[in-house]
Design a protein around this ligand. Structure first.
Ligand code: ZN
Ligand code: FE
Length: 287
């Protein structure tokens, strides 16, 4: 950040190119570092929220913006993503909860599989459902190829699968599964906004630098992220293009990442999934 120009008087540093937040998607911070994303409908009267781990901040945000809760999208079964469902149901009984085919999650009205497409009435959007096992086995991602309105950029709600600069821990799935899931997401259009569920970016990038210490793209991004955090702003959304350029878990086919992973493992690694597994293991032990 050394030679960057003075910040504007509003104090808001720019997001990485192509990743300015979507005007109809608002961040609701929860717990220590979760984001519950709130998509506002075209009329500005109703909202859909993603992964409400806690109900109270969601209710506060809905009231502050005079919005009714129409729908909830769930990505996976962890408590910090579904813990608010019951209290939201009590408060907004007409809401529809959409989630994965996991009977262990209580309170889901409609369960979705890969290849399904959910149209949200009045929101000017439909979501394609991807099954992205790895972090958990039930994990799904919600991808909107286009939003109606002034800002039509594609949007991805990916929970704890793809993070800005990283990926979720492999609690249930294998490196092979996570590699397939991340490859699916990495193939989306570069301008897709990546709305992940945690503010982990700064620590993710610190690790990424160990994997690719000579990456200029990574150095630039670290500076941008540091400026956003200094201004107490979310570093999310990211974009698929930014992730492809800087996220080591999307770069397992790059020679620099392969060499680093093999040096860490101290043995040759045969395929991309093994590289990913090694980098994931490295990050788990680096914390
Ligand atoms: Zn999780
Ligand atoms: Fe989580």
């Amino acid at each position: 950040m050394s030679e960057s120009p003075a910040l504007p008087l509003t104090g808001a540093p720019d997001h990485p190119e192509g990743a300015a937040p979507h005007p109809r998607i608002l961040a609701i911070p929860a717990f220590q570092d979760n984001y519950i994303w709130m998509l506002v409908d075209q009329a500005g009267r109703r909202a859909a929220v993603v992964d409400p781990g806690d109900a109270a901040p969601v209710i506060d945000a809905l009231q502050a913006h005079h919005l009714d809760l129409a729908a909830v999208l769930v990505t996976h079964h962890h408590a910090d993503h579904v813990g608010g469902l019951a209290a939201l149901r009590a408060r907004y009984p007409a809401m529809t909860v959409h989630g994965p085919h996991n009977p262990a999650i209580a309170g889901i009205d409609r369960r979705w599989r890969a290849g399904d497409s959910l149209a949200l009435d009045g929101f000017g959007v439909h979501f394609d459902v991807f099954e992205v096992p790895g972090h958990t086995l039930d994990h799904i991602a919600w991808y909107a190829p286009r939003l109606t309105g002034d800002d039509t950029r594609p949007v991805l709600f990916c929970g704890d699968t793809l993070f800005a600069g990283g990926c979720g821990r492999l609690f249930e799935g294998t490196p092979v599964q996570m590699h397939a899931s991340l490859s699916r997401l990495a193939a989306l259009p570069g301008d897709t906004l990546v709305y992940c569920a945690h503010e982990y970016t700064a620590s993710n990038l610190r690790f990424a630098r160990k994997v690719e210490p000579n990456s200029a793209a990574l150095a630039r991004r670290e500076a941008e992220v540091a400026a956003l955090r200094a201004a107490h702003r979310p570093t999310v959304p990211s974009s698929i293009a930014v992730e492809r350029a800087t996220n080591p878990f999307l770069r397992v086919n790059h020679p620099d990442v392969q060499h680093a992973a093999q040096a860490y493992s101290d043995r040759p690694l045969e395929d991309a999934a093994s590289i990913l597994g090694a980098v994931r293991h490295w990050k788990d032990s680096a914390r």
